[in-house]
Design a protein around this ligand. Structure first.
Ligand code: GDP
Length: 295
């Protein structure tokens, strides 16, 4: 993961690493390379430009040219800024409701159903919660079935209603069912389309308005690059979601989407998916990700 970006940033910073003395030209050249590496990794232009400007300001502010190990200081500044760009600290999720309701949003194939299962499993095994999964994809029986398979695998009940074509009704009844039966987290998996369309956005906005979730999470395939950023923006405009889930970070992704999404929608990345197994879930740590990107 992130090999491309890592290699490029490493190359860009290599010039400075271990340099006894550097010039303003060195710094400018390096920043240009850093910017290019970010752009190559699908970070959008504005974000990359702002990023390098901030690094430059900080570098000059800390008199990078006159310190003993300017290269190391530059690397540290880039790492700190990268961490900041990805949200700084780890963001938690709100589990205060009784039950706490978590709504999944995103395109078909982004990994919503898989992640719903992973999150339920995570909350059950790591947070001692008693979650209920809800199947709200009324168009694809296969999707409902998939959630049942996942539920069985992790030993979590799945609420679905065969023949009911009204996802708002299903979600509302599921929450009532949770209240009556002692489930303290409800995870609502919704229908997705292959591209954003008005009908789907209206449907999920209606579900959102009806169940007033504690958390709406936008699930996005990290392999989808700049498209991911545009999709995130569209969903955020409609749902004002609480956080982002980046899936498929185990694949050969260029990773820039992670950086851009955070800066474009200004919502924290909360979790990452790193495989198809139910255990392949991690809380997102900006500083660890920055370490990984920079090597
Ligand atoms: P949905 O349509 O949004 O519900 O997406 P699914 O949960 O059905 O996932 C689509 C495909 O991506 C499935 O084949 C999943 O096994 C796969 N998938 C989901 N999350 C991950 C992940 O983190 N890593 C990998 N490698 N595959 C994933």
């Amino acid at each position: 993961m992130f090999n491309n970006l890592t290699d490029k940033l490493d190359k860009a910073l290599h010039v400075l690493k271990g340099h006894g003395s550097i010039t303003e030209v060195n710094v400018a050249e390096t920043l240009k390379e850093v910017r290019r590496a970010l752009l190559d990794a699908d970070v959008n232009f504005k974000t990359a430009k702002e990023f390098t400007n901030r690094v430059k300001e900080k570098a000059l502010g800390q008199n990078v040219l006159t310190t003993l190990q300017p290269g190391q200081l530059m690397v540290k500044i880039v790492k700190d800024e990268l961490t900041e760009l990805m949200g700084g600290d780890t963001a938690g999720i709100d589990l205060s409701g009784s039950p706490s309701v978590i709504l999944m949003s995103g395109l078909q194939g982004s990994g919503k159903t898989t992640f719903s299962g992973k999150l339920a499993n995570f909350l059950k095994t790591k947070k001692s919660k008693n979650p209920l999964l809800v199947a709200c994809d009324v168009y694809r029986p296969a999707a409902i079935n998939q959630l049942h398979v996942v539920g069985e695998q992790i030993g979590v009940e799945v609420y679905s209603e065969e023949g009911n074509m009204d996802p708002v009704d299903i979600a509302t009844k599921a929450i009532a069912h949770a209240k009556q039966n002692g489930f303290n987290v409800v995870i609502v998996d919704t229908a997705g389309r292959l591209a954003v369309d008005e009908e789907m956005m209206t449907e999920i906005a209606n579900i959102h308005a009806a169940i007033k979730p504690n958390e709406t999470l936008f699930v996005v395939d990290s392999m989808t690059g700049q498209d991911a950023v545009n999709t995130a923006k569209t969903f955020n405009d409609r749902l004002n979601f609480e956080g982002v889930v980046l899936t498929k970070l185990d694949g050969d992704t260029r990773g820039g989407a992670a950086i851009s999404i955070k800066s474009v929608v200004d919502k924290p990345i909360k979790f990452i998916g790193t495989g198809e197994k139910m255990e392949a879930i991690d809380v997102f740590h900006p500083s660890r990700m920055a370490d990984r990107i920079l090597g």
